[in-house]
Design a protein around this ligand. Structure first.
Ligand SMILES: NC(=O)c1ccc[n+]([C@@H]2O[C@H](COP(=O)([O-])OP(=O)(O)OC[C@H]3O[C@@H](n4cnc5c(N)ncnc54)[C@H](OP(=O)(O)O)[C@@H]3O)[C@@H](O)[C@H]2O)c1
Length: 247
């Protein structure tokens, strides 16, 4: 086991190579956390790790894993537990999008979305429950933060498959809270509308009118400051004006 008693909090962030995940990793590193960062592409992860440990002085481990591959996810969870021996925050951020009307989008696309956006979260939670529980015992609380989407709360045309996976992710986290929160481990879903990352670049909405990745990261960090006695099931971040409640 790793540095269980050094007093430094440790987080595992998936989908950390760019976008919201990279911003969350940066905010956590700046706040004094040690990190495991993961995604499929090694190069941007390595660059981020060097940048964060150089700037903030914490430890940053890189583990590549495809969220569609259970074996790779199990390895990622085991690597984090071995390296740090604690998990104060599990940030389930890796995800993919897909657009198309129900009439046209093939069911196999839904299968892939489900694997990456939902099944991966289930696998990671299952693998890391023992570490989350022992961290809550040691430090008082451990948090899971899952990046869902406003489409999982308010349906949007042509985003049925994506929205259904995000609704499933929200449901998974709610059940997780029923089962685990008495032990000091609780999950919060953050459900934003369009955020200014690569994932939303296909829309006609100007990036400067979108929620920022920093907004999501600040919210994620805030969740970690809650005690074990406060369970926050979910947060919706919506764009201003007449877009309220829409992606
Ligand atoms: N942008 C939005 O408008 C928006 C709105 C609401 C919710 N979200 C959610 O926010 C999360 C982050 O999205 P983002 O906007 O930051 O998107 P992004 O810029 O496309 O980044 C996605 C991240 O997930 C990783 N990833 C993608 N597929 C993966 C896979 N199969 N296995 C492992 N990692 C994978 C990517 O790295 P690799 O490609 O290197 O694997 C990357 O680090 C997603 O869950 C998304 O659904 C986004």
């Amino acid at each position: 086991m790793g540095d269980q008693d050094n007093g430094r909090r440790a987080a595992l962030v998936t989908g950390a190579s760019r976008g919201i995940g990279a911003e969350i990793a940066t905010r956590f590193a700046a706040d004094g956390w040690d990190l495991t960062i993961s995604a499929r592409s090694p190069e941007p992860l390595k660059e981020l790790a060097i940048r964060l440990s150089g700037k903030f002085g914490g430890r940053v481990e890189v583990v590549t894993a495809d969220a569609a591959d259970e074996e790779q996810l199990t390895h990622l969870a085991a690597m984090h537990a071995t390296e740090y021996g604690r998990l104060d925050a599990l940030v389930l951020n890796a995800g993919m999008g897909q657009k198309g009307p129900i009439e046209e989008l093939p069911a196999r696309r839904l299968d892939k979305l489900y694997q990456v956006n939902v099944r991966s979260a289930y696998v990671m939670l299952q693998a890391l429950i023992p570490t989350l529980r022992s961290t809550a015992e040691l430090a008082g609380a451990a948090k899971v933060i899952a990046i869902a989407s406003i489409t999982g709360v308010h349906p949007e045309p042509e985003l049925a498959a994506y929205g259904a996976t995000k609704a499933a992710l929200i449901s998974l986290c709610e059940t997780f809270n029923l089962e685990e929160s008495a032990a000091g481990v609780s999950a919060t879903t953050i459900s934003p509308g369009y955020v200014n990352t690569d994932m939303s670049s296909w829309t006609a909405i100007p990036q400067e009118e979108m929620i920022t990745a920093a907004d999501v990261a600040v919210m994620a960090l805030a969740v970690t400051q809650l005690s074990r006695y406060a369970v926050l099931p979910g947060v919706v971040l919506t764009r201003p004006g007449t877009n309220l409640g829409r992606a």
